[in-house]
Write a protein that binds this ligand. Structure first.
Ligand code: C2E
Ligand code: CA
Ligand code: CA
Length: 585
C-alpha cells in the first residue's frame, strides 16, 4: 500500500504524523492529469496565487503518465480531468484508485457532464470542480477539503478493519488478505500457512486479575506476535483470546511448524501485567493451502479445527491440518483396498506365542497373533495394519478369519494332544466387540471348526470394553455362555481396570508388559504386580505376565505368585508347526 497521501518526499506532507491541516504555510504536491493545456495552465496560475499553502504542481497529459508519476513520486492530491485521450470518465477514476487508493482525488469536469462528476464522488472521488467556475480560493479550499476527507475515510476504513484494542487487523481484513494471498499463489509450488492461536490460560488471568489486566495482556501478546512476524506476514485478532497469523511463501509443513514453534517460544516468556508476572501458553492449529480455488474461510476453519485438536491434547501444543489430511483419508481408502485384497489372497497368517505355567514350565496356552505375509514387504507385524483395519472396518472380516484359523488350529491340537492341548487365545478389537454379529460369528466358527470352546480364550482390552460398557457386558456374557474363557489384556494401563474386573466375567488377567519389564528394578512396579496378582487371586482369576524377557523377571514373577508367563524369554511368536516339540508332539 502507498503511504497515506503519498507523502514520501523530503518535504512531503504527512498528515498522520503532524495531524495538523490548518496551519500554513505548507507544501502540497498536486498532480494535475489534464490533456487540455489551457486548463492545466489555468490551474497552475490559480495555485500560484494561493496563500494558505505552497503548491508544487506536476502536470500529466495522459492517465498512464499520471499513474506512473503517482507510483514513483506520490502526490498529496490529484486533480483528474474526466475526459483523457487514454481513459474516459469513471474508468479513469477507477484506474487511478486501483493504484493509489489512499490519494485524494478531485474530479475536473466540464459544465455539460456534471452528473458524471457527481457519480465520480459516489465512486470514491473526494470532490469535484466544474471548469470555468473555479477560482483560487475555491480550488485551494477544495484541495484542503479533499485531503481532510480522505484522511477521515482512511481512519474509518482502518477502524472497520482493525481490532480496537490491539490495533491488529481484524477478521474481515485477514480474510481479505488471505483471499489475495491465495490468488497470488496461483500455480506456484509454495503454500500459504494460517496459524490459529488460542491462549490457554487467558480466562484465568482475566478472572483473577481483572478485565484491564486481561486487556493489557492481549495488547502485549499482540505486540510480541507482530514483532515476531516475517515481513509480509499478517497477525490478526479474531476476538477474545484468539489470534490468527497469515504467512505467505511457506515451503511446507516443516517451515510452518518452525514458525509456530518460534511464536510459541516467544509467548512462553512471562508477561508483566501490573505487579504480576503472568505466563500464557498457546495452542496453535496450522492449515496449509496451496491455492487452486481454496476459499479463505475453509483454510481458517481447518486451522481452527487443528487448534482444537491441539487443545484436546492438553494445550501448549501445535497441530497441523493440511492437504495431507485429505491425503491421509485417501490413504485410508487405499489401505482398506490393500487389506481387502490381502485377505482375499490369503496373505494373513497366524503365529503363536507360548504361555508357560511358572511352577511347572508346561505350555498351558498360546496366543494367536496375526501377521501379514506381504509379497514385497515380507512379514508385516500387526502394529502396522491393525489400527488401519480398525478404522476401515476391515477388522470385522479379518477378525473372523483369525478366529476361524485359531479354532481350526485348536481343533487340530486337540486331536493330536487330547487333554494336553493348549488353550488358544485370540485378540478381539473394540470394533469386533461392538459388532452385533459377534456372538453369532463365534458360535458359527466353533460349530464349523469343531473346536472345543473351553480351549478358546478371547482377549479384550479394558479400553475396548469401556467404550460402551453396558453393551460389552451383555456381549461378553453371551460369549461366556458359549463356553469360552475371557482375558483382560494390557491390564493396568487404563483408567478403570478395577471397574472392568468387577463388571466382566473374566477368567484371566494379563499383566501389561510395562509393569513386567520393571518388576526387577522398580519396587513400585513390583508392588503393582504383587497387588494385581493378589487381587486377581482373590477374585478367582488367573494371572499371565506379558513380555517376559529375562530370567530375573521370571524369578521375581514366580516369587510374587504369578501363574503364567509369556514373552521372548520363552519363545517368540512362531508358526504352529514350530511348536511341535514344545507342545510334546
Ligand atoms: P498384544 O495382544 O499385547 O500382544 C502381545 C504383543 O507383545 C505381541 O506383539 C508380541 O509379539 C509382543 N511380545 C510378546 N513377548 C514379548 C516380549 O518379551 N517383549 C516384547 N517387547 N514384546 C513381546 P505383536 O504380535 O506385534 O502384536 C501387537 C498387538 O497387535 C497385540 O498386542 C494385539 O493388540 C494386536 N494383535 C495381534 N494380533 C491380533 C489379532 O489377531 N486381532 C486383533 N484384534 N489384534 C491383534
Ligand atoms: Ca493380547
Ligand atoms: Ca497385551
Amino acid at each position: 500500500m502507498n503511504p497515506p497521501f503519498g507523502g514520501s518526499g523530503p518535504a512531503g506532507f504527512r498528515p498522520h504524523e503532524t495531524g495538523v491541516l490548518t496551519t500554513a504555510p505548507r507544501l502540497l504536491r498536486v498532480l494535475v492529469i489534464e490533456d487540455n493545456p489551457g486548463d492545466a495552465v489555468l490551474v497552475r496560475e490559480m495555485l500560484r496565487d494561493a496563500h494558505d499553502a505552497t503548491y508544487q504542481l506536476h502536470h500529466a497529459t495522459r492517465l498512464r503518465e499520471g499513474i506512473t508519476h503517482l507510483l514513483n513520486q506520490g502526490a498529496d492530491c490529484v486533480l483528474l480531468d474526466l475526459s483523457l485521450p487514454d481513459a474516459e470518465g469513471l474508468t479513469a477514476l477507477a484506474q487511478l484508485r486501483n493504484v493509489a487508493v489512499d490519494t485524494p482525488v478531485i474530479v475536473l469536469s466540464g459544465r455539460s457532464d456534471e452528473t458524471i462528476a457527481v457519480r465520480a464522488v459516489q465512486e470514491g472521488a473526494q470532490d469535484y470542480l466544474i471548469k470555468g467556475q473555479v477560482d483560487t480560493r475555491l480550488l485551494s479550499r477544495s484541495i484542503s477539503y479533499a485531503i481532510e476527507r480522505k484522511r477521515a475515510e482512511l481512519q474509518l476504513a482502518h477502524a472497520a478493519l482493525h481490532d480496537g484494542l490491539t490495533g491488529l487487523p481484524n477478521r474481515a481484513l485477514l480474510l481479505d488478505r488471505l483471499g489475495q494471498a491465495l490468488t497470488r499463489l496461483g500455480r506456484r509450488a509454495a503454500y500459504v500457512a494460517v496459524l490459529f492461536l488460542d491462549l490457554d490460560r487467558f480466562k484465568v488471568v482475566n478472572d483473577s486479575l481483572g478485565h484491564d489486566a486481561g486487556d493489557r495482556l492481549l495488547v502485549d501478546v499482540a505486540m510480541r506476535l507482530s514483532s515476531d512476524l516475517r515481513g509480509g506476514d499478517t497477525a490478526a485478532r479474531f476476538g477474545g483470546d484468539e489470534f490468527v497469523i497469515l504467512c505467505e511463501e511457506v515451503e511446507g509443513e516443516r517451515e510452518a511448524i518452525a514458525i509456530a514453534d518460534r511464536i510459541a517460544a516467544s509467548l512462553d516468556a512471562p508477561f508483566r501485567v501490573g505487579d504480576e508476572e503472568v505466563f500464557v501458553r498457546t495452542s496453535i492449529g496450522i492449515a496449509l493451502a496451496s491455492g487452486g480455488g481454496v476459499r479463505p474461510e475453509t483454510v481458517i476453519r481447518d486451522a481452527d479445527a487443528a487448534m482444537y485438536r491441539a487443545k484436546e491434547r492438553g494445550g501448549g501444543a501445535c497441530e497441523v491440518f493440511d492437504d495431507g489430511m485429505r491425503e491421509r483419508a485417501l490413504q485410508r481408502l487405499e489401505h482398506e483396498h490393500r487389506l481387502h485384497r490381502a485377505l482375499h489372497q490369503h496373505e494373513f497368517v497366524l503365529h503363536y506365542q507360548p504361555q508357560v505355567r511358572m511352577t511347572t514350565g508346561v505350555v498351558a496356552g498360546v496366543e494367536a497373533l496375526v501377521r501379514w505375509e506381504h509379497p514385497e514387504r515380507g512379514l508385516v507385524p500387526p502394529g502396522d495394519f491393525i489400527s488401519s483395519a480398525e478404522e476401515t472396518g476391515l477388522i470385522i472380516p479379518l477378525g473372523a478369519w483369525v478366529l476361524e484359523a485359531a479354532c481350526r488350529q485348536s481343533a487340530a491340537w486337540a486331536h493330536a494332544l487330547g487333554e494336553r492341548s493348549p488353550v488358544v487365545s485370540v485378540n478381539l478389537s473394540a470394533r469386533q466387540i461392538a459388532h452385533p454379529d459377534l456372538v453369532a460369528t463365534v458360535a458359527e466358527v466353533l460349530e464349523r471348526t469343531g473346536a472345543d470352546p473351553a480351549t478358546i480364550c478371547l482377549e479384550v482390552t479394558e479400553t475396548a470394553v469401556m467404550q460402551d460398557l453396558e453393551a460389552a457386558v451383555c456381549v461378553l456374557n453371551e460369549v461366556k455362555a458359549l463356553g469360552l474363557t475371557l482375558a483382560i489384556d494390557d491390564f493396568g494401563t487404563g483408567y478403570s481396570s478395577l471397574r472392568a474386573l468387577q463388571r466382566f466375567p473374566f477368567d484371566t488377567v494379563k499383566i501389561d508388559r510395562s509393569f513386567v519389564s520393571g518388576v526387577q528394578d522398580s519396587e513400585q512396579a513390583a508392588a503393582i504386580v504383587s497387588a494385581i496378582v493378589s487381587l486377581s487371586h482373590a477374585l478367582g482369576l488367573r494371572t499371565v505376565a506379558e513380555g517376559v524377557e529375562e530370567v530375573g523377571q521370571v524369578e521375581r514373577l514366580r516369587a510374587l505368585g504369578c501363574d503364567v508367563a509369556q514373552g521372548f524369554f520363552y519363545a517368540r511368536p512362531t508358526p504352529a508347526s514350530n511348536l511341535d516339540s514344545l507342545l510334546g508332539l
